[in-house]
Each structure stands twice: as C-alpha cells, then as structure tokens.
Ligand binder design. Structure first.
Ligand code: HEM
Length: 483
C-alpha cells in the first residue's frame, strides 16, 4: 500500500521549542554560575556540562562578570555551541554588535580615550563602515612591508633562542621575545614606525600593551595564577580603573601621533576621521586586535607543532623544503611561497579550530527571530544576548570527524576545503570576506598567511625543533644541515 501524502511530507522547519536552562534565583543564580565558570568548573566544563544536562547546544545561562560590584550588568545570555546556531552571530540582520565585544561587560571608555573604537561599533552605525574601510586600507598598504618586517623580527627572535641553547641552557622561554617581535613588526607594518624611534616606548612597548590589555580583560578571564578565593575577590569582583595605566597609554598615544603621522593623516584626509578618533582606533587595532590576537595565537601554534609526537614536524619540513626547492635557488620565503604549502596551511587552520584565539563572541538579537541548531529551532526575543563559545562550536561532531583530535591534514584536499566554511576563528566563516558591512576580522587573511609564514620559516631554517610539554619554551633547535 502507498503511504499517504501526509506521512511522507516532513516539515522542513521544526516548530521552535523553548530554550532550555534557567538563570536561577536573583543573585544566587549569577553567583553560582560565576563560581562554576571561574573556579569550580572552568570555562570548558562550564559549557560542556550544561550542554549535556540540557541535551542541547543552545541553552540559557549567566555569564560572568557578575556581582558584587558589577551591579549594572545583566549576565543573562543564550549560549550557542554548534556551528549552525553559532553562525547567527555573523548575520548583521539578526544581531547587533554594539558594545558587546567581550559580552555584557564593557571596560570603561577611558581605556580608548573616550572613543568607541571600531570593534565596539555595530554595522548599523555609520562610523563603523568608515573606520573598518580605513582598517582594510591600512592593511592593504602595510602589506608592502609586512612580510619583510615579520621575517626580520622573527629571525632576530630565533637568533636569541639559538644562542640561549648554544650557551648550554636546556630550554629557552620564548614568550617575551615573541611579544617583542610581534610588537616591533606590527608597529612597522601598521603604524609605519619603529618603536626604537621613541625611547618612551622602545624596548618595553609590549609590556605597556600587556598592562593595558590585562586591566580591560581580567574581570572576564580565568587566570589560574593565584589561588581561589583570592582570584574571585581580587580579579573578578570589580572593574579596574584606567588611572592605573593612563601614563602607559599616553606614551603609546604619543608614539602613534608622532611616529605614525602618515597613517593618521590618511585616516583624516581619506576617511574623514578626527585626529584623536584616528589615533585611538589605530592604537586599538595595533594593541588589542593585532598584538593581543597574535600574542595568543602564535604561542599555541608553536607549542602545538613543537610538542607533537605524531611525526607532523618531519612532514611539514618535507613540504616546506620541497616547495622552496621547486621555486629555484635563492627563492625568497614569502606569501607567494606559502600559498603552495598545503599541509602548512591545513595545520594552521587546525590550530585555529582547536584553539580559537578569541574564544567568545557575542551579539544582541536585533529582533525576535528563530535560531536554528542542526536539528532544533528556538525562539529568540529581541534584546537577548547570544554568547558563542568557539572551542565547543569548533568541535561540533555533526561537522568535524574525530572533533577532539588534532588532525594536521584535516583541511587538505577537496573535502578538507569544504570544511573551511565551518571555521569561525575570525568572527565569520573562513570562506567569507571582511567588509565594511560585516564584523569579520579585518586581518583574516593576513593572520593565516603570517602564521603559514612562521611555520614555513621554522622548517626552512631548522631540521628539528621541539617545545617543552609544560612551558612556553623551546628545548631543541637543530639548524638546517648541521647535524
Ligand atoms: C591572531 C590574530 C587575530 C585574531 C585571532 C583576531 C580575531 C578577531 C575577532 C574574533 C574579531 C571579531 C570580534 C567580535 O566582534 O566579536 C576581530 C575583529 C577585528 N579585527 Fe582581528 N584578529 C586578529 C588580528 C588582527 C589584526 C592583525 C588586525 C589589524 C591589523 C585586526 C583587525 C580587526 C578589526 C579592525 C576588527 C573589527 C572588525 C569590525 O568591527 O568590523 N585583527 N578580530
């Protein structure tokens, strides 16, 4: 017997169901969630355990920072933890990104000279398009010196590590040297200025930025460096005042104003920005987006490769050497060369998948809408804050096979490239393009190319390198052809 028509037609769109989870009692619920997030569970278990108990990748929860002194913030969010629901955060017609860079909490505007810099602007605000276009142009122009400056600073850093190891040390910590390298290369590329030209910034520019970043971000980050309950009481209970770093910020501001006159003038003449607005934006892009982003991403890239026990390093070396050889004697390392290195690129993508440098993304519902996870639809109301936790969305088993495992070749070949539309580290799919009309990272392609360049340079220069399993340090560097 033929089945009836009604039984064969399955509705394409399931009716929305209520979002599971609750915010608990006033004060008690937010406090419990805060303690779970920072202390009792940590961010990953916090999201994982709620996902399991609600049997849903979309649920309600509170996000810190919360009470006692954050009395003006509303910690209620809708968590989105699968690739489908997470994608709502990239749709400017669905979410408003005004002031939600790090969630419901926003550091005092004093940290950015009383200017709402581009990352805090929503696409519906006319200034967003103006400043984002300026940033995209700034990057295009900087590309002339970007590769040269990155390589020369990275090589200087490696020279230092080599001499540490040659002098008999069993390991060489690389974090400080790497941050110096990042700050110097970005200043030259983005601001057009050498930090050494300004003695007030000079050697210690990276430390000035670290302090400025830390005071803005500490209330939202599990640090783990001091015992509980001290961390809760001292780091997560109040907003830090800008006064603690106002002198440092002034030095950086003066550096951009004096040494970066050309780019500041470009922002004024070609994009209609006021001088102060231009300098605060350049400083934020340099210090928060670029320096902050690379300072998180590069250490995880270096240690993931340097600690690998699966033979990845010898395959990377083989590819880098083969490509460089095929390009002919004396060929230069650069963006053109790394375009041909498929395993290097796939490895970079895989590190970005498993350790997305910016783990949380937020957006406020612009209107009532239906949010879709892979198999369920949920009704979201206007004004609700969506909170995407990337480390779990990037391990979505519906999309990624063996999602918890590092697979260096994952993004290779046609099927691997198909997965790029689900790689979200840049606040948008890897197949997307940052424009003035969206909120995707302006430097999406520069970040990936520079990371490929770093890996390629390492294997072009060394036969082997290894990292300590527990520390940010290099324990072995064998120069090409020496042993
Ligand atoms: C590893 C390094 C980097 C990472 C991980 C990173 C990541 C991100 C993310 C996740 C966002 C979106 C934030 C949000 O709205 O939720 C973003 C935005 C942005 N990034 Fe990056 N970024 C990096 C490097 C850079 C660099 C080098 C630049 C420029 C020189 C840059 C410029 C920007 C700008 C201007 C925005 C704001 C986009 C907008 O408001 O439309 N980023 N970045």
């Amino acid at each position: 017997m033929w089945p009836s028509l009604a039984s064969t037609v399955t509705p394409l769109v399931p009716p929305p169901r209520p979002i599971p989870g609750s915010y608990g009692l006033p004060l008690v619920g937010p406090l419990k969630d805060r303690l779970d997030y920072f202390w009792l569970q940590g961010p990953e278990t916090f999201f994982r355990s709620r996902m399991a108990s609600h049997r849903s990748t979309v649920f309600r929860t509170n996000m810190p920072p919360t009470f006692p002194f954050f009395i003006n913030v509303d910690p209620r969010v809708v968590a989105v933890l699968d690739t489908s629901s997470f994608a709502a955060l990239f749709d400017p017609s669905l979410v408003d990104k005004r002031n939600v860079l790090i969630g419901h909490y926003m550091p005092s505007l004093a940290f950015t000279g009383d200017t709402r810099v581009v990352v805090y602007l929503d696409t519906s605000e006319p200034t967003h398009a103006k400043v984002k276009s300026f940033c995209l142009d700034l990057l295009r122009r900087s590309s002339r010196v970007w590769v040269r400056e990155f390589l020369s600073n990275f090589r200087a850093m490696l020279d230092g590590i080599e001499s540490d190891l040659l002098s008999g040390k069993s390991s060489s910590g690389f974090l400080v040297a790497l941050q110096k390298c990042i700050f110097a290369f970005l200043s030259k590329s983005i601001v057009g200025a050498d930090p050494a030209a300004d003695p007030r910034v000079g050697e210690f520019g990276h430390i000035l930025l670290d302090k400025w970043l830390a005071l803005q971000l500490l209330p939202t980050i599990k640090v783990g460096a001091i015992p509980q309950p001290l961390e809760e009481l001292l780091l997560h209970s109040f907003a830090f005042p800008f006064a603690l770093v106002s002198g440092d910020y002034r030095k950086l501001y003066d550096f951009v104003e004096k040494q970066g006159q050309e780019v500041v003038r470009m922002a004024q003449d070609e994009y209609g920005l006021k001088k102060e607005e231009a300098i605060h934006n350049i400083l934020f892009v340099l210090g928060f987006n670029a320096f902050g982003g690379f300072s998180v991403f590069f250490p995880s890239l270096i240690t993931t490769i340097g600690r690998d026990k699966s033979g990845l390093r010898s395959k990377l070396k083989e590819e880098v050497r083969r490509v460089m050889k095929s390009r002919g004697d004396g060929s230069e390392m650069g963006f053109e060369a790394v375009k041909e290195m498929e395993l290097v690129r796939s490895t970079v993508y895989e590190v970005l998948r498993l350790n997305p440098p910016v783990p949380l993304q937020y957006g406020r519902a612009r209107r009532d809408f239906v949010l879709r996870s892979h198999d369920t639809a949920f009704q979201v109301s206007k004004g609700e804050l969506l909170c995407g936790y990337q480390p779990l969305a990037m391990r979505d088993p519906e999309v990624f096979e063996n999602p918890e495992t590092f697979v260096g070749t994952r993004f290779m070949g046609n099927s691997g490239k198909e997965l790029l539309k689900y790689l979200y580290w840049s606040n948008g799919p890897e197949t997307g393009k940052p424009t003035a009309d969206n909120k995707q990272c302006a430097a999406k392609d520069y970040v990936v190319e520079t990371a490929c360049l770093m890996v390629a340079e390492l294997f072009n220069r060394y036969d082997e390198f290894e990292c300590d399993d527990n520390a940010m340090s290099i324990t072995k560097l064998e120069k090409k052809g020496i042993l």
